[in-house]
Design a protein around this ligand. Structure first.
Ligand code: PLP
Length: 364
């Protein structure tokens, strides 16, 4: 049996509806802005229960615009977890600010609050929390620290559409939340896409201009911005996919529960340790083992694709400077992402589990 990590074609729901819609947009030459984009922003802000949503060209731009909306003094420090996609730190650097890497918990791979307390200095002006793998970070603790120290919070929700901390959507706790709609994401479009959500009218108005050369209406430039618009066809696809999205989270949770049940106490495998009070969207299902490389090779031989998110911690990229990290020190050598998506059948997931069991049986 072959088990792909993701099958993007299979992940497209309502294909005939999408084709009909795209045909309509092509016939009417609707490519930039318009009703589809406005509808998507309205639908997405309703979905996450935020006051405002501004759609953008990708999740990296969303981070860059979110950070610049806070108007932080140049060379201020911004704390960011060490286990995340490079964009989270890049957006800090491209804003003329300094990323300070923070350790992550080994239970859920989210920002370690104890280390965060140590990393806050008088130069810290913002914290970016990353709800990695669709698992919410401990926002209530981070929020307490941000209030105490007068620090802004950005939530990187690129992997966490529909993830909730207690009963509230991630992205709505801090000053601003950012999303990516990259095709492989849980809610992925036909190409790059992104958005910010916020309850601040000031940030909303800034982002509306920042994505469109500093202008809302033609030639009404108020500052030097950029081109970061979500394409109309992409917005139309995302509108259709969003309608189906609650079902996606349900199936991903069902698969995650099978992994939890059947991989528990197997060999040296460490699983997520998650609070039942939260809603997880399981963008990835990550296990940890010191046999990561041999296990991945073995699964590959059996037709199973796995991935690593990520093979290095960001402090290992020397151009980001020197940072002290303890818990996550060699995480990049141990973590392995197993196949999980709404299109994987239980037969495929059980095949993956059986091959992992066999791997450990042959070890003992
Ligand atoms: C945690 C995280 N932040 C930011 C991004 C950047 O999003 P994009 O690829 O849409 O620019 C990604 C995408 O992989 C991500 O996973």
């Amino acid at each position: 049996m072959k088990v792909k990590f993701t099958n993007l074609y299979k992940l497209i729901p309502n294909k005939s509806k999408i084709i009909k819609k795209v045909n309509y947009l092509i016939k009417n030459s609707n490519f930039i802005g318009g009703k589809e984009v406005i509808n998507f922003e309205n639908n997405f802000k309703k979905f996450v229960k935020a006051k405002y949503c501004v759609s953008l060209a990708n999740g990296t731009d969303a981070l860059e615009i979110a950070i610049s909306s806070l108007n932080l003094k140049k060379n201020s420090e911004v704390i960011v977890p060490v286990n995340t996609w490079i964009s989270t730190a890049e957006a800090i650097v491209s804003n003329g600010l300094i990323p300070i890497f923070c350790d992550v918990n080994l239970s859920d791979y989210s920002i370690c609050v104890n280390d965060l307390k140590k990393k806050i200095t008088s130069k810290t002006k913002a914290i970016i929390i990353v709800h990695l793998y669709g698992i919410p970070s401990n926002i209530s603790e981070v929020k307490k620290l941000s209030v105490k120290n007068n620090i802004k919070i950005i939530e990187d929700c690129a992997q966490a559409h529909g993830t909730k901390f207690l009963n509230k959507h991630v992205g709505t706790f801090g000053n601003v939340g950012t999303f990516s709609f990259f095709p492989g994401k849980n809610l992925g479009g036909f190409g790059d896409g992104g958005a910010i959500v916020t309850n601040s009218s000031q940030i909303y108005k800034y982002a509306l201009r920042a994505r469109n050369h500093g202008a809302i209406n033609k030639y009404d430039h108020k500052f030097s911005g950029r081109n970061s618009r979500l394409d109309t066809i992409n917005a139309a696809v995302l509108n259709i996919k969003l309608k189906n999205y609650k079902k996606v989270i349900k199936i991903r949770n069902k698969i995650a529960n099978v992994y939890f049940k059947k991989l528990k106490n197997l060999g040296d495998i460490e699983l997520f340790d998650l609070s039942k009070k939260n809603t997880h969207s399981f963008h990835q299902f990550v296990i940890r083992t010191k046999y990561r490389n041999t296990l991945a090779r073995n699964l590959k031989k059996n037709g199973i694709q796995t991935m690593v998110h990520y093979p290095y911690m960001l402090n290992e990229l020397k151009f980001f400077g020197k940072h002290k990290i303890y818990k996550a020190k060699d995480l990049g050598e141990k973590i392995l992402s197993l196949p999980i998506s709404e299109e994987h059948s239980l037969k495929e997931i059980n095949y993956v589990i059986n091959k992992i069991k066999l791997f450990y049986k042959n070890k003992s």
